[in-house]
Design a protein around this ligand. Structure first.
Ligand code: ATP
Ligand code: MG
Length: 259
């Protein structure tokens, strides 16, 4: 199952947040996500990406505008729309295995997929740590555990807030492939926040580039490459250059190398 999302002129301000001043996290954000689509949100720190995911998850209400899931206004949380937090929380009093079992129970998949816990543990490279508690893991291990819990919960729309941020590049690439494999198998709607341009291009069908705070949609870039993608591909490089330029990080190479 997958869910369609629609954001219409969404604005979120926090009143009295900073020395009594109003902080507008994002402004006038409008875009749609088709059921089963994989979208990434890219933008500089503080442009409101996490806040936007929290609004879609129903944890915050927008100041203006409307967020719809399958045509129905979002007014609160719903297990159909699951968010993996940037702080990738695990329940500290449960083992890794217990956390995965809890995610499967939440999705009413536990009875059917009880034995599947070990497949999830293996995917995260945490088989040996099944009985460990979160505080006994490294930061990257905790992140992997939280990611498989989010994936095991199999929601119709899954929002992932920098799920691979703390990982070394090799583990990161492996989990990117797992993410694509699972998404293609389950067909759920994915909304991923990342700072990594290559990750956004490698994974998603469309990349939403946001401007600095207050975040606005600066450009929506379609990624017309078939899966699996090749990071060394010319078209990949072209998209990378275009997005970097849009993010204002692109430099004039000629100027750079002229001494
Ligand atoms: N609960 C809150 N109360 C007050 N201000 C908040 C709150 N949550 C977020 N903000 C502000 O909203 C702005 C956007 O924050 P947000 O966490 O959404 O950014 P972000 O794009 O996810 O950044 P990062 O890439 O660093 O994670 C920031 O200026 C932040 O201080
Ligand atoms: Mg954030």
């Amino acid at each position: 199952m997958s869910a369609g999302l629609e954001l219409k002129n969404l604005t979120k301000s926090f009143f009295g947040a900073s020395k009594g001043e109003t902080v507008t996290a994002f402004e006038n954000v409008s875009f749609g996500v088709a059921p089963g689509e994989f979208i990434s949100l890219l933008g500089t720190s503080g442009c409101g990406k996490s806040t936007l995911l929290r609004v879609i998850a129903g944890l915050e209400t927008a100041t203006h505008g409307e967020a719809l899931c399958d045509g129905v206004p979002i007014t609160g949380t719903d297990p159909k729309r699951n968010l993996m937090f940037q702080e990738h929380t695990l329940f500290p009093w449960m083992t890794v295995r217990g956390n995965i079992a809890f995610a499967l129970k939440g999705a009413r998949l536990y009875e059917r997929e009880r034995s599947g816990i070990y497949a999830w543990l293996e995917m995260a490279g945490l088989t040996e740590f099944a009985k460990s508690y979160p505080h006994q893991l490294s930061g990257g291990m905790r992140q992997r555990a939280a990611l498989v819990c989010a994936l095991a919960s199999s929601p119709d729309a899954l929002m992932l807030d920098e799920p691979l941020g703390a990982l070394d590049s090799f583990t990161r690439m492996t989990l990117q492939d797992e993410l694509i494999r699972l998404w293609r198998e389950k067909g759920n709607t994915m909304l991923l926040v990342t700072h990594d341009v290559d990750e956004a291009i490698y994974l998603s069908q469309r990349v939403i580039v946001m401007s600095p705070r207050p975040g606005r949609v600066s450009e929506i870039v379609g990624i017309p490459l078939s899966y699996p993608r090749n990071r060394a591909d010319r078209d990949f490089a072209g998209l990378r250059a275009r997005i970097l330029k849009r993010l204002d990080y692109a430099r004039d190479t000629q100027e750079d190398y002229a001494i």
